[in-house]
Design a protein around this ligand. Structure first.
Ligand SMILES: Cc1cc2nc3c(=O)[nH]c(=O)nc-3n(C[C@H](O)[C@H](O)[C@H](O)COP(=O)(O)OP(=O)(O)OC[C@H]3O[C@@H](n4cnc5c(N)ncnc54)[C@H](O)[C@@H]3O)c2cc1C
Length: 385
C-alpha cells in the first residue's frame, strides 16, 4: 500500500534510477569507491573494541577504568558525551552508558569513572571483577550534553551530584588543558568530602586557573570543612555564581537532585532554555515518582509475553528491558534512560508506566511504541520487539 502510493509520486522513478546508479558506482562519487563511508565509519563507529589498560581508585566506592582501542584508534568525542559499554555477566547480556570522564584532548585513551550502585548489576561487576587486560565492546561516543559555543553562553555553571560529576570532569579537564576562553563555576553536591570524586584534582585545577571555580557543597560536613554545606539551593547558586545573567546551567546527577535544582533555578528566574541536563538513568524507586498508579504495588507480579508467547513473570517495578535481558532476549540499547529510542518495542497488549519526562515521540505514542528501558509493566503485557 505504502509503496503503491510512493510509486505514484512525481519524480519517484528518477529517484529510484539515481539510487540504483549510486549503488552500482559508489554513493560517494569519489574515484576511491566507499572512501567517504569508510571515513565516516572511522569517526562515528557503531562499535569499538576496547582493552582496560589501567584502573584507578577514586573514592571508597568509585573507580576509574582506562580503556585503549584494540586497533589503536579511538574516534574523537565531545566533552560531556558517553559510551555504552556492552557486558556479559553470567547469562545476562546487557549494556550501560558511562560518560567519558577524560579530556577529549587525550587521544590515546578514554576513562570512565564508575560508582557502585547498591544491588547494581553492571557497576559492581566493573568495580569488583574487571582487571587490566580485560576486553570490552562499546558504542561510539553518544549524547548532546556538550557545550556548543554557537548556542550556549561562555559562562557555564555546572550543578553536579554524586557520580554525575563525570561529564563535567571531561569538560573541566578540556578547558584547563586547552586554556580556552570559558568560565566555569562547578557546584558539586556530595554527602561528605571523602565521597566527592576527584575532589583534590578539582581543587588543584581551580587554583591553577582563574576561569574555573569549584564549590563542593557538602551535606554532612566534617568539623574542619569551611565551604558550602547542605544542598545546592537558590541561595547557594546565587552566592557561588554572583548572578544568573549570561550563564548556561548544566545539571547532571540523580533524578531527585535534578528535580530539586530545576526548582531552585526557576525560583531564580533562569529561563528553561538556559538549563541543560543529562538524563542519568531511569529514576531510582520508580514507584515513588509522580504518576505511578496508587493501586499498583511495586511487587505486583505480571507476565511478559512476546507476540503472544509468555517468556517471564516480572515485578511491576522492573523495566521491560531488564526482564527481556534476563530471559536472553536482546534488545539493542544505548542510553538506558528512554532518550535514544534504540530499544523501542511495540506494545501489543497491556499497560506500562513511563516515568515523567520519557522522551517518546508523538508518532510512537500514537502507534503504540514504547521504550523498553523506561517502561514498567503495570499489567500483563504482550510486546513485539
Ligand atoms: C548518559 C548516562 C551516563 C552515565 N554515566 C555514568 C558515569 O559516568 N558513572 C556512573 O557511575 N554511572 C553513570 N551512569 C549510570 C550507569 O549507566 C548505570 O545506571 C549505573 O552504573 C547502575 O547500573 P547497575 O547495572 O549497577 O544498576 P542496575 O542493576 O541497573 O540497577 C539496580 C538498582 O539500582 C537502581 N539504580 C540504577 N541506577 C542507579 C544510579 N545511577 N544511582 C542509584 N541507583 C540506581 C535501580 O533503580 C535499581 O533498583 C550514567 C547513566 C547515563 C544514562
Amino acid at each position: 500500500m505504502k509503496s503503491e502510493m510512493l510509486e505514484k509520486m512525481e519524480g519517484y522513478q528518477e529517484v529510484i534510477q539515481e539510487i540504483h546508479a549510486d549503488r552500482k558506482y559508489g554513493a560517494d562519487f569519489l574515484d576511491e569507491k566507499g572512501a567517504v563511508k569508510n571515513y565516516i565509519n572511522r569517526i562515528h563507529p557503531g562499535r569499538i573494541d576496547l582493552k582496560v589498560t589501567d584502573i584507578f581508585d577514586e573514592t571508597r566506592t568509585t573507580k576509574t577504568l582506562r580503556f585503549s582501542a584494540i586497533d589503536g584508534y579511538l574516534p574523537p568525542f565531545q566533552a560531556g558525551q558517553y559510551i555504552s559499554l556492552f557486558t556479559s555477566i553470567g547469562n545476562i547480556k546487557t549494556a550501560r552508558p558511562y560518560s567519558i570522564s577524560s579530556s577529549p584532548t587525550e587521544r590515546g585513551y578514554w576513562d570512565i569513572t564508575v560508582r557502585a550502585v547498591e544491588n547494581g548489576l553492571v557497576s559492581n561487576y566493573l568495580l569488583n571483577d574487571i582487571r587490566a587486560g580485560d576486553n570490552f565492546v562499546s558504542s561510539g561516543p553518544q549524547g548532546q550534553f556538550c557545550h556548543n559555543p554557537l548556542f550556549h553562553d561562555n559562562h557555564l555553571v555546572f550543578l553536579a551530584g554524586g557520580s554525575g560529576i563525570t561529564p563535567f570532569l571531561s569538560m573541566i579537564r578540556e578547558v584547563s588543558r586547552k586554556g580556552i576562553n570559558r568560565t566555569i563555576v562547578l557546584l558539586y553536591g556530595s554527602r561528605t568530602t571523602d565521597e566527592a570524586i576527584c575532589h583534590e584534582e578539582l581543587n588543584t585545577l581551580a587554583k591553577k586557573s582563574p576561569s574555573i571555580k569549584y564549590f563542593p557543597v557538602i551535606e554532612q560536613p566534617e568539623d574542619t570543612f569551611d565551604g558550602l554545606t547542605g544542598f545546592i539551593t537558590a541561595d547557594v547558586i546565587s552566592e557561588a555564581t554572583g548572578g544568573i545573567d549570561g550563564k548556561t546551567f548544566y545539571i547532571c546527577g540523580p533524578q531527585a537532585m535534578y528535580d530539586f535544582c530545576v526548582q531552585q533555578l526557576e525560583s531564580l528566574n533562569v529561563p528553561k532554555r538556559k538549563i541543560r541536563r543529562e538524563m542519568y538513568g531511569v529514576p531510582v524507586n520508580i514507584w515513588e515518582t509522580d504518576g505511578w498508579p496508587e493501586d499498583v504495588d511495586r511487587d505486583n507480579e505480571v507476565t511478559i509475553s512476546i507476540n503472544g508467547e509468555k517468556i517471564a513473570t516480572s515485578k511491576s517495578s522492573e523495566t521491560l528491558i531488564s526482564v527481556l535481558e534476563k530471559t536472553g532476549h536482546i534488545i539493542p540499547s544505548i542510553c538506558r534512560c528512554g532518550e535514544c529510542s534504540m530499544c523501542r518495542v511495540k506494545l501489543l497488549n497491556g499497560k506500562v508506566y513511563q516515568p515523567p519526562g520519557s522522551l517518546v515521540r508523538k508518532s510512537d505514542r500514537q502507534f503504540g511504541f514504547i521504550h523498553a528501558c523506561a517502561s514498567y509493566p503495570l499489567t500483563d503485557v504482550d510486546i513485539c520487539p
